[in-house]
Design a protein around this ligand. Structure first.
Ligand code: SF4
Length: 620
């Protein structure tokens, strides 16, 4: 009996339309948890590891976790994994919304797409059945229109994942939208989906998942509901969205400004804050299925040059990437940029960060006006940015083509010292928390399995004092601008990130759970008999597997670093003069994780985690 899982995976070959289901061994679920861990395991075992990211041989794997669909706040997430076209290494993204629970209600923990359809298609998943249907009339439409048309055809209850024109056109950071409000943003997973001629994936089902101890899950659910109600952090997210802290964090120096070149921007702190968003544009509070936190603002800009109809509002990351990063104080324009990116299907972090990089290059004379087809890329000129977005999505002209590559690859094209303005790790642009403010973030970005990422670990929450993990020794007196104990913190919170992304658990309400309580929940849901140590081992196993995939695809120790612009000190604000001591933190991590000088995990470490097959592939 599979508890916490449906016990089945569906694999669809888009080249032939053939779908086969199989039952992974119970150890696969237990050892790799589900979600991003299960996706990596399936890709390692069933994929063609020699395939380039946009080759038909690359697998695209949607995988739910054991906590997906248990009805708790934060338990509706879904992960997707594939080799990333943006970074060339392991790529994954995670999304809330409603598709994860629905996929399980169709009877599957994961759906694997291989091959490429001859013409555009979408897949309709129902209970135990997948139909590959033609989508020629949907190709070229934006993600919102596509979703509306599929719901018209299959009913409102049907849940939809859709890509936009940016992915169809090969922009390397294409996203996947779930019901126009929830997004798999990072690492170009939408681009992989479109490369398979797969425009959309729809699902509707009613099947139920068995739990190991339903009474215990119910009891924990009641406890959790009360905890969420009284939690200050969740309360702030409910009222002001994920940008609730933007203003305070700006004064600490955590909010990247002017492509990470400025430590403080008071005008931006006030005008781009979560409070400003709530006061001026929020008309409702959206939510992932069953989540009482409701951290997703629904906004409307009623009039003016940035008018937009009611729809998904920007999250903190976008308030920064299209606000502070570009020195744009117009919050209405951030809402508009967010809306355009969502419809076209582009990751707002990479898109905003790539434009910020280009503005820096332009200011420094590295990117010449003639290379920009007469477009002046100036700080704060958001009107030019809004005009540019559809050109990027179409890869139109020299500039559109360049910016569609993401910053690292664009820098490779431009040369001329443009790498000095990069803010990525492993080719993935850093999210909007500054490692010069909390040094552990630098280490966490550097060793994150998919490149710079704040949801692959919980280091920043630990440094903020929002969480602590005494069960694994992470309860020390962490000072923000210090390397002391930060290597250990980054290494172990990376395992926690792997647990969250594999269990498919949202880190916001998830902060309420201690690790002991989380292990209890796993036990009640899946019956693994885990304690904290066993749970952490599973997280570490996922981290090693995903890291090894990236080494197989060419990653080296040099990639455990962060962009040069982030390593350049600024003169103002709470981070004046601060540069994280990466060497000390990375030495600690390499020691703790058993990594060789070239960055690869040592064979004996992989064997200890039962990854002998991975070691054989890595070392021959
Ligand atoms: S806290 Fe926000 S992102 Fe997390 S599950 Fe709830 S609504 Fe979704």
């Amino acid at each position: 009996m599979a508890y916490g899982n449906m016990g089945k995976v569906l694999e669809i070959d888009l080249a032939t339309g053939e779908a086969v289901e199989f039952e992974p061994p119970q150890e696969t679920y237990r050892d790799f948890i589900g979600g991003a861990g299960l996706a990596a395991k399936l890709l390692f075992e069933r994929g063609d590891l020699a395939a380039e990211p946009l080759d038909p041989g690359n697998l695209l794997i949607f995988a739910a976790g054991p906590l997906t669909g248990i009805g708790f706040s934060g338990s509706s997430r879904l992960s997707v994994g594939a080799r990333s076209p943006l970074t060339g290494i392991w790529g994954q993204a995670s999304c809330g919304g409603n598709f994860g629970p629905e996929m399980k209600r169709c009877g599957y923990d994961a759906v694997v797409f291989r091959g490429r359809a001859e013409k555009p298609v979408y897949v309709l998943l129902t209970e135990g059945k997948a139909e590959v249907l033609q989508a020629e009339d949907l190709w070229g439409r934006d993600a919102y229109e596509t979703t509306d048309l599929l719901k018209e055809k299959h009913g409102k209850q049907c849940k939809v994942l859709a890509v936009g024109p940016a992915s169809e056109n090969g922009v390397l950071y294409g996203s996947i939208l779930n019901d126009k409000a929830h997004i798999f943003g990072r690492a170009g997973m939408g681009t992989v989906m479109a490369s398979k001629n797969l425009k959309a994936f729809a699902a509707q089902g009613e099947m139920k998942m068995e739990l190991a101890d339903p009474d215990k899950v119910k009891e924990m659910g009641e406890w959790f509901r009360e905890e969420v109600k009284g939690n200050v952090f969740c309360g702030a997210l409910s009222a002001f969205g994920t940008g609730a802290n933007l203003e305070a964090k700006m004064y600490e120096g955590d909010v990247p400004t002017r492509n990470w070149g400025q430590g403080l921007w008071e005008e931006g702190a006030e005008k781009l804050s979560g409070i400003a968003l709530a006061d001026n544009f929020v008309i409702d509070h959206g939510s992932c299925r069953g989540c009482a936190v409701r951290c997703k603002p629904v906004v409307e800009v009623k009039e003016g040059p940035y008018a937009m109809p009611p729809g998904a509002g920007p999250e903190y990351e976008t308030q920064a990437s299209f606000g502070t990063m570009l020195l744009n104080p117009e919050l209405a324009a951030v809402c508009k940029a967010n809306d355009i990116c969502n419809r076209l299907g582009m990751d707002t972090i990479t898109c905003g960060a790539t434009i910020a990089w280009a503005m820096d290059c332009f200011e420094q004379g590295v990117l010449k006006p003639e290379e920009c087809e007469g477009v002046e890329l100036k700080w704060g000129d958001i009107d030019t940015v809004l005009e540019l977005l559809p050109r990027i999505a179409r890869r139109e002209g020299k500039l559109g083509e360049l910016l569609a590559l993401g910053s690292r690859r664009a820098s490779g094209e431009v040369g001329g010292g443009s790498e000095a303005f990069l803010t990525d790790s492993k080719g993935l642009e850093a999210p909007m928390h500054d490692p010069r403010c909390n040094w552990g973030d630098g280490a966490a970005y550097a060793i994150s399995v998919r490149g710079a990422c704040h949801v692959s670990n919980t280091t920043f929450l630990l440094e903020w004092g929002a969480v602590e993990y005494p069960e694994i020794g992470l309860d020390k007196n962490y000072q923000p601008q210090s390397a002391q104990w930060k290597g250990e913190a980054a290494a172990l919170t990376a395992d926690i990130g792997c647990i969250f992304n594999s269990a498919c658990w949202c880190e916001f309400p998830g902060t309420i759970f201690t690790l002991t309580r989380l292990a209890e929940l796993f036990d009640a849901v899946a019956g693994y008999g885990w304690d904290v140590q066993k749970m952490m081992e599973a997280g570490a196993r996922v981290w090693y597997l995903q890291r090894c995939l990236s080494h197989i695809w060419g990653a080296t120790a040099e990639d455990d670093s962060i962009g040069r612009k982030i390593m350049t000190p600024v003169e103002d604000g709470g981070i004046a003069g601060s540069v994280p001591d990466m060497r000390t933190m990375l030495n600690e991590i390499y020691e703790l994780r058993g990594l060789s000088e070239d960055g690869r995990p040592r064979r004996e470490v992989l064997e200890r985690y039962g990854l002998t097959d991975v070691a054989d592939r890595l070392y021959g």
